[in-house]
Design a binder for this molecule. Structure first.
Ligand code: HEC
Ligand code: HEC
Length: 280
């Protein structure tokens, strides 16, 4: 009995020091939904590894960075600016979360603060993605809309351009993706395609999620597009128009000419006049 009591007190005392498990659980859910495409614990993805962030930065700093990192960067916060530079000035989108929700995420992040806990489970080395030629071709067809997505989502080319000789000019609504693979790597690109952290893109696929194979194929295509980007020329709209439009018109006129070559070439009346003149 005495023994149990001791354990009870021990639990009660240590609990709040560690973290609030209920809050952390909610935080984990929020983290996976809102941050997971760019942040993963134990490794660098699109954004930095957040292991130990709660030891390095005060709660208020994390709260305001998550709310609007750009506001902090523009205000000249030295650590925020340094991180921004380190990550090639990639903008972390402002998160539409309440302070209470951010605090829940911080509670979750605290679980990765104790050095002992992270040292015990070193991050598994990332298995390199293997891309085949078939993957790249499938990815290109999906990107351009030649092949439809299984769930009928919009073709990427309607919003994004990739400069590649095999691909026609894409949309300019969103960023050019020619070199995105070089900047983010396979995990980053696949993470963003699989769970887009950008509202406009997320909305497009909310009811038409991409399959895992589709994400893999698209990543393969973007890897290829990045690799060969140096010797690709920007596709002009003009060239295909002249070739297909102009060439098509000439071909059509030839077909018409040949098909109706036996047509009457003079007014019908001429024959009638000729006959009448003869009978007179
Ligand atoms: C679109 C990708 C993206 C999403 C989504 C995203 N982040 Fe970030 N995050 C970044 C990048 C990139 C940086 C590096 C700093 C910069 O470039 O501004 C960063 C930096 C941070 C930092 C500073 C880390 C440090 O060591 O200084 C924190 C904290 C952070 N993110 C938390 C979050 C949380 C919490 C969420 C979800 C609510 C989130 N981020 C969602 C991309 C993202
Ligand atoms: C409705 C328009 C839309 C569609 C469709 C769309 N995206 Fe996006 N995408 C965006 C927006 C908006 C961003 C945020 C960055 C920006 O403003 O350009 C983005 C960002 C990205 C990024 C990160 C780029 C970077 O440099 O930060 C990648 C990678 C990406 N999209 C891939 C794709 C792929 C692959 C598809 C097709 C499955 C796709 N997108 C379809 C609108 C779209």
């Amino acid at each position: 009995m005495q023994h149990l009591k001791k354990i009870f007190w021990l639990l009660l005392i240590t609990q709040p020091l560690v973290r609030n498990p209920a809050m952390a659980q909610e935080g984990e859910k929020l983290f996976k939904q809102n941050c997971g495409a760019c942040h993963q614990m134990g490794k660098r993805l699109v954004g930095p590894d957040l292991t130990g962030i709660t030891d390095r930065q005060p709660k208020a700093w994390i709260e305001s960075f998550v709310k609007s990192s750009q506001t902090m960067i523009k205000a000249g916060d030295p650590e925020a600016v340094a991180r921004f530079k380190e990550f090639n000035e990639m903008v972390m989108p402002d998160q539409d979360l309440s302070v209470a929700e951010i605090d829940q995420i911080i509670e979750y992040l605290k679980g990765f603060s104790a050095p002992a806990a992270t040292a015990a489970e070193p991050a598994a080395p990332e298995a390199p993605m293997v891309f085949t030629d078939a993957d790249r071709e499938t990815g290109q067809a999906l990107f351009t809309g030649r092949t439809r997505f299984a769930n009928k989502g919009a073709a990427c080319i309607s919003c994004h351009n990739v400069t590649n000789d095999q691909v026609m000019l894409g949309g300019h609504f969103a960023k050019d993706l020619t070199g995105v693979y070089g900047r983010m790597g396979s995990a980053g690109v696949a993470g963003i395609i699989g769970a887009p952290p950008f509202p406009a893109m997320a909305t497009s696929y909310a009811n038409a999620p991409l399959t895992e194979q589709e994400v893999h194929a698209l990543t393969a295509f973007l890897e290829h597009a990045d690799k060969v980007s140096a010797d690709q020329t920007a596709r002009s709209l003009y060239k295909p128009f002249v070739i297909y439009g102009g060439g098509g018109l000439i071909a059509l006129m030839l077909v018409i000419g040949i098909h109706w070559r036996g047509r009457i070439k003079q007014p019908v009346k001429r024959d009638i006049f000729a006959r009448q003149l003869r009978s007179n």
